[in-house]
Design a protein around this ligand. Structure first.
Ligand code: NAD
Ligand code: TYD
Length: 373
């Protein structure tokens, strides 16, 4: 079996669902269920004997050791993290704790477990660190995309904590021989994405008649990858990646934030035109959602609002994923157009999921960060 940490979050849940579709190898999911963890993402696995869930903290070393001894995984795929840059600006401490201390705890527990394994299992064991392109810092518009050799220059508490964790992972390989793999992926999007991140926030706010906040001039560039392609990349790396190596994962889809938001609006305009009626489609966030069933004929793009920029906002990320393609034969299956259309449709088809994640804690976040009443 494999041990997945943070499997109730956005990418972890997609990974477990994909994994159990393409293999029969059981999965143990260790997740603390922070605000970002949602067991509903994995509800379709209820009663599936290949799936075990344990609620717990990766910083809890006795727990991690007990799980390793009991389930004897052949690999750890480590997703668990505090993952939102804006939250890291408001409160960096949780990021240091989970991303740095938590990774350290996992590495130490993994090392103790791995060092006692019989020779063949020891050689086959893998610790996969799921990292981000944000550890490389920001690129100028004309610079070449990040390769694996790019120096680390993290700019936010989030990316600094992920960079620190990556350094520990590397050191545990060099110093102790632990067979580690690291992947650096660009911005993901897709189903089960918590609506604090740009794409799901825009979909959810658009449908609620609320403002679509664009930081600064909206010309910051990200390289967007459909989450299913990231999951497939991790499977490739876990199967055939060379221990001690890093692999960049990206979609080759560089787009400015404003373009992204306009594309989401255009899809929504086609699939779920803005409601008409007395209050429908007002962009002041006070819409009561009532509609006479007709559209007001206007684009959701009229809800776009430029707001104060994020401090230290990275201008551009771009990934050179040629090593992964060359060595392991991975390529993304989705184009940005196909992936975004799937994503928007998923949100339209899952209003109950959206309603349930917009809990009190979510509203507190909107109030803290966007000053929403
Ligand atoms: P997420 O915030 O949606 O999910 C994180 C999960 O980790 C949640 O289920 C949460 O409950 C769990 N968790 C948090 N602290 C924990 C702890 N101390 N112990 C156990 N579980 C804990 O994050 P995501 O977007 O799914 O990202 C997953 C991983 O992928 C992260 O390591 C992130 O750095 C990395 N990554 C994300 C992206 C992206 O675009 N989202 C891109 C590249 C890399
Ligand atoms: P986000 O989804 O938070 O991912 P990351 O910061 O990890 O790249 O943000 C993606 C981009 O969108 C980033 O440049 C910040 C910007 N953004 C906005 O303009 N408005 C928003 O409300 C949010 C959440 C993000």
């Amino acid at each position: 079996m494999i041990l997945v940490t943070g499997g109730a979050g956005f990418i972890g849940a997609n990974f477990i669902l994909d994994w159990l579709q393409v293999t029969d190898e059981p999965v143990l999911n260790l997740d603390k269920l922070t605000y970002a963890g949602n067991l509903e993402n994995l509800a379709s696995l209820a009663g599936d004997a290949r799936y075990v869930f344990v609620q717990g903290d990766i910083c809890d070393r006795p727990l991690v050791e007990r799980l390793l001894q009991r389930y004897r995984p052949r690999a750890i795929v480590h997703f668990a993290a505090e993952s939102h840059v804006d939250r890291s600006l408001h409160g960096p401490e949780a990021f240091l704790r989970t991303n740095v201390d938590g990774t350290f705890t996992l590495l130490e527990a993994a090392r103790a477990y791995w060092s006692e394994l019989p020779a063949a299992e020891k050689a086959a064991f893998r610790f996969h660190q799921v990292s981000t392109d944000e550890v490389y810092g920001s690129l100028s518009p004309e610079a070449a995309p990040f390769t694996e050799a790019h120096p680390y220059r993290p700019n936010s508490p989030y990316s600094a904590s992920k960079a620190a964790a990556d350094h520990l992972v590397r050191a545990w390989h060099r110093s102790y021989g632990l067979p580690v793999l690291t992947s650096h992926c660009s911005n993901n999007y897709g189903p089960y994405h918590f609506p604090e991140k740009l794409i799901p926030l825009v979909i959810v706010n658009a449908l609620a008649g609320k403002p679509l906040p664009i930081y600064g001039d909206g010309q910051q560039v990200r390289d967007w990858l459909y989450v299913g392609d990231h999951c497939a990349a991790i499977r490739h790396i876990l199967a055939a990646g060379r221990p001690g190596e890093s692999y960049n994962v990206g979609g080759g889809n560089e787009l400015a934030n404003l373009d992204i938001v306009q594309k989401v609006c255009a899809l929504l305009d086609a699939l779920r035109p803005r409601p008409g009626g007395e209050s429908g489609g007002e962009s002041d966030g006070k819409s009561d959602g009532k509609s006479d069933g007709k559209s007001d004929g206007k684009s959701y793009a009229r809800q776009i609002r430029f707001v104060a920029d994020r401090p230290g906002h990275d201008r551009r990320y771009a990934i050179d994923a040629s090593k992964l393609e060359r060595e392991l034969g991975w390529r993304p299956a989705e184009s940005f157009a196909s992936g975004l259309a799937k994503t928007v449709r998923w949100y339209l088809d899952h209003p109950d999921w959206v309603a349930r994640v917009q809990s009190g804690a979510y509203r507190d976040w909107l109030q803290t960060h966007y000053g929403e009443p």
